[in-house]
Design a protein around this ligand. Structure first.
Ligand SMILES: Cc1cc2nc3c(=O)[nH]c(=O)nc-3n(C[C@H](O)[C@H](O)[C@H](O)COP(=O)(O)O)c2cc1C
Length: 401
């Protein structure tokens, strides 16, 4: 996605300047050409030499240091740029960008650039909350700049707060996500895809719950695959242990009931719904408010059936393409074909979870795809990410029929 893209990295003077060196490296690793411009304050923290060595280009620092007779440096950099990234963006530099001030190389070149500009505000949390900064960030968004959320955590000042420089890979992923949306030939462009993932948790009491072995990996892979095929994706996750994918709207849930509510809310707008979550079939009839004490020798837990979300989606289906999953240990085809019919699904992806390379918690999977009146499509063992892309490609072909 970033191969041969020209990235102009504008570095202003915050304590996180050293992290921008890693950011430059990450862009280069992805195949981008990187040129760096630094403010005078940024140079107080890290020498331009660091960025010069990493980028293999002269670092721009002074508007009037015109080295080439036939070009004006700040215009040349601005015109060369495919993507501009201001990171770290100080309160001062983002204020200049929001208000059209061009009084040094960075602000002047940014004024001249017509490329998409990503701003990574990085500062003390009180500076970030300052009404002027809030106003400036709103202005930048209104001007069509892409403002990234700073991270929350331990600040250089010694206390917790929002304003940290995000992980470099996350900045790169955000830029890649934007570039992806610019591609017009992606098969799921303008499509809304809803994916559920993970095993739901049904509370017995405040410290105990019923769940299952689903890690959420298959669902997360499907959300990433749908995003990369151009879709607008909502991932409804009962898993909390995986890294939230970039460029995907994320809804955290715990119980089957919460998952049902979230899916139903997204259903009308959805073009494709992939129910990859392992939703509990039963929940405790009563959830104890306080921790249950071990007073008795035996204990009976009464369970109620939860709503079958896939069946409910089937009942309310209009234009949506419904993909369900079946994790079985025997009679795969019989169960999968039964599910297809009873739940009015368009496709059932079945996996034999007793196999060593398939199912819960694994990084690989091996599945059979069932559709009405067609032979199953067998996908042999491969990564869940590859399986996810294949499943969606089959769905895309099926939707064209
Ligand atoms: C040690 C130190 C750390 C600083 N860290 C930040 C920061 O993280 N974010 C910020 O907006 N300003 C920070 N500043 C203040 C800026 O350097 C200052 O506002 C400067 O004028 C910014 O100039 P520039 O935007 O041209 O780089 C820091 C200053 C010092 C001395």
């Amino acid at each position: 996605m970033l191969e041969n893209k020209n990235v102009a990295l504008y570095v202003s003077g915050g304590i996180a300047v050293y992290k921008a060196a890693d950011l430059a490296r990450q862009f280069i690793k992805q195949g981008a050409n990187v040129k760096v411009a630094m403010t005078a304050s940024a140079r107080e923290f890290v020498s331009p030499l660091t960025f010069q060595i990493l980028s293999k280009h002269h670092v721009y620092t002074d508007t009037f240091d015109e080295r080439e007779g036939d070009q004006v440096s700040h215009i040349h950099l601005a015109d060369w740029t495919d993507i501009a990234v201001v990171a770290p963006a100080t309160a001062n530099t983002l204020a200049k960008l929001a208000n059209g001030i061009a009084d040094d190389f960075v602000s002047t070149a940014l004024m001249a650039t017509t490329a998409p500009v990503f701003v990574v505000p990085t500062m003390n949390s009180h500076m970030l909350e300052n009404p002027a900064t809030v106003r400036n960030l709103q202005q930048l968004e209104a001007d069509g700049r892409f403002v990234m959320e700073p991270d929350t955590g331990f600040l250089a000042e010694g206390y917790e707060g929002k304003g940290r420089f995000p992980e470099a890979v996350n900045i790169v992923e955000t830029v890649k996500g934007f570039l992806r949306t610019q591609l017009n030939n992606l098969p799921l462009k303008n499509k809304q895809v809803v994916v559920t993932a993970g095993g739901t948790k049904e509370r017995i009491d405040p410290v105990r719950y019923i769940t299952n072995d689903s890690s959420g990996k298959m669902g997360y892979s499907l959300a990433i695959a749908a995003r990369d095929l151009g879709a607008t994706v909502t991932l409804i996750s009962a898993s909390r242990q995986l890294v939230q994918p970039f460029g995907v709207a994320f809804v955290q849930v715990d119980s089957a009931k919460e998952m049902q509510e979230a899916v139903m809310q997204a259903y009308e707008q959805a073009d494709i719904v992939v129910m990859a979550a392992a939703v509990s079939d039963y929940r405790p009839s009563n959830q104890a408010v306080e921790k249950i004490k071990k007073n008795e020798a035996t204990m009976t837990l009464t369970l109620d059936k939860t709503t079958d979300i896939l069946a409910e989606l089937g009942k309310q289906k209009q234009h949506q393409f419904l993909i369900g999953f079946a994790a079985e240990t025997n009679n795969l085809e019989k169960y999968a074909r039964g599910k297809l019919k009873q739940k009015k699904a368009d496709m059932i992806v079945a996996n034999d979870v007793s196999k060593p390379h398939a199912g819960f918690n694994k990084d690989t999977n091996e599945v059979s795809i069932f559709m009405a009146d067609e032979d199953p499509i067998e996908l042999s063992v491969r990564s869940k990410q590859e399986i996810a892309t294949e499943i969606l490609r089959v769905a895309i072909n099926q939707m064209k029929k």
